[in-house]
Design a protein around this ligand. Sequence first.
Ligand SMILES: Nc1ncnc2c1ncn2[C@@H]1O[C@H](COP(=O)(O)OP(=O)(O)OP(=O)(O)O)[C@@H](O)[C@H]1O
Ligand SMILES: [Mg+2]
Length: 458
Amino acid sequence: MSNLKPKEIVKELDKYIIGQGKAKRSVAIALRNRWRRQQVPEDLRDEIAPKNIILIGPTGVGKTEIARRLSNLTDSPFNKIEASKFTEVGYVGRDVESMVRDLLELTVNTLKAREQEAVKEKAWQIAEERMLDLLLPKSEKHQAQKSDATAETHLELLSSSGGDESSSTREKLRSMLRNGKLDNRYVDLEVSDRAMPVVEIFSNVGMEEMGINFKDMLGGLIPKSTKRRKVKVPEAMETMAAEEAQNLVDLDKVVKQAIEKVEQSGIIFLDEIDKIVGKNGTQGPDVSREGVQRDLLPIVEGSTVTTKYGPVKSDNILFIAAGAFHTVKPSDLIPELQGRFPIRVELDSLGWKEFVRILTEPKNALLLQYLALLKTEGVEMVFENDAVEDIAKIAEEVNNMTENIGARRLHTIMECLLEDILFDAPDLHEKRLVIDRLYVENKLKDIKDDEDLSRYIL
Ligand SMILES: Nc1ncnc2c1ncn2[C@@H]1O[C@H](COP(=O)(O)OP(=O)(O)OP(=O)(O)O)[C@@H](O)[C@H]1O
Ligand SMILES: [Mg+2]
């Protein structure tokens, strides 16, 4: 999914997000530019800085949704975070540099998992040898006490091979192992036992600025304690294979690759950026918010962030910010930060026509979700088209009448509409339910027409 063309990216996003063509286009272009930059000769590549984007749009129109879906589409390191989570350096909380650290951590983990997957087969082979080593001494001992009446039956098979040299016994055992004939046997296995209760006392929050993870640190200090445990053969194989896979992967190489990837093609989605706009002033908590903006500047502009894996340059990381900008405007951001987000895209607010599509079209459409939920109770629900239209229209009306919360309104309305069915579903005699106009009207009309009531319920 890595080098999709802009058109293909938009097409993928279309599967989940209705409308918002402009926003999809601009993020698709930005994503493609990441890939294009990779193809440019190195000396020029370093000169090409990413063009950061701000997505602006009312609440509930798909900003966060775009970010979520985008993360699955790109092979670039991708991290989505809420700007409101951060506090100015010096205050208790997460400092902005942690987003680069998190991005790297994520990338290291993904790459590590990928590498381990690649050596899976080899690791399994090694684990198999280890397993045979574990099993063999026992079976030899067993041969010695052949006459033992309590002998386990499946080892009888082995002993019947009599005085064969150990290599053929080993091969026999191997084929038994592969055919699952030993699945019910237990072996003694050394398992690392790192569950130190002490560690749980520390919280990572506040320690972030050091780039140190306490668990890792203590985990390293306290000698790795191992515990002998009896485990079944298949489980032991899994454990040993995982261990061997870890040993086979060259962590230094992975880290180097990860840093390179983050520096060259990382993307950070900075959600809720409007929440760090301080309202015209320097009082109270707003000081801290502007502080966060100031802290953001060097990172967006390009600086070096220290991480536990080493320094990471943020010069070429692409930032996509998003915010509702209800009460504040993008121009309320501190000027330096505005300049670092040259591309502005406005998302459209949604009307009933979009709501109809949102209810039915996306792969994870709300109606499909309810159908699937009720199907587990053996109830088949059918929505008539004009009923769906009515639901959408009511959503728009309520949005206009009270507060516009965009597509989120659909969630509250659907819950209200289906509450009785969801409650009674297990006991219903009639297993086929048709939701028609009349049903919608009965359930929702009174609430909708009473403004006060709808303020509370819908
Ligand atoms: N254009 C859309 N197409 C499909 N679903 C949408 C669309 N817009 C919003 N939704 C649905 O509405 C819900 C809220 O959307 P989302 O989280 O993207 O809002 P937002 O724009 O980030 O709002 P906020 O500013 O409050 O964070 C999600 O469940 C999402 O699936
Ligand atoms: Mg959001």
